[in-house]
Design a protein around this ligand. Structure first.
Ligand code: SF4
Length: 170
């Protein structure tokens, strides 16, 4: 079961990576720059898991603040002007898992890039878009083939599926 959940999450992030279309349609939050003090961050040892959603994931840190639990995802590399869609959905899935695990809904999550942190509000719209993506992913899981949904050769160059993918670019 855990392997299935891990596999689902893995594929979820592939879909999240390709999901700019849905994000724009849903008008999701782009993130606001915030200052954070990393001293209060608690590293998470075990992944969070929710059987009903068949979803698991491990935020890099959880922050406890005023009775709230805020997930933090750390990304290496130069900070973009706004968080990437894939990172927003990944963070949203952690917010969802935090809510299911601790019965406390995080008002936002944090994406930590080198030299810049963004707070991404965990809105009902973001949650709804995430659930749509998970449902779409499960539907696609039953299909024999799922077509590539992007035209970006640079993505393919860094992709871990490159060796086995029949639709890679370049
Ligand atoms: S190699 Fe390219 S097309 Fe294939 S899964 Fe990876 S990113 Fe998508």
């Amino acid at each position: 079961m855990l392997y299935l959940a891990l596999a689902l999450l893995f594929f979820a992030f592939v879909f999240f990576w390709q999901s700019g279309r849905q994000r724009k349609a849903a008008g999701l939050p782009g993130g606001r720059i915030i200052y954070t003090d990393t001293r209060g961050w608690n590293k998470l040892e075990k992944p969070l898991f929710h059987a009903g959603l068949e979803l698991t994931g491990k935020p890099d840190y959880l922050i406890e603040k005023n009775g709230q639990i805020i997930p933090v995802e750390v990304k290496s590399g130069k900070a973009p002007d706004a968080p990437y869609d894939s990172h927003i959905y990944q963070l949203a899935s952690y917010c969802l898992l935090v809510e299911k695990t601790y019965n406390k809904r995080p008002p936002y999550g944090i994406i930590h890039y080198e030299g810049r942190d963004f707070a991404v509000d965990y809105t009902r719209e973001l949650e709804s878009s995430l659930l749509d993506l998970l449902a779409e992913m499960k539907r696609d899981e039953r299909k024999k083939e799922v077509d590539r949904s992007h035209e970006q050769a640079s993505r393919c160059k860094r992709c871990g599926f490159r060796e086995s993918c029949e639709q890679k670019l370049g």
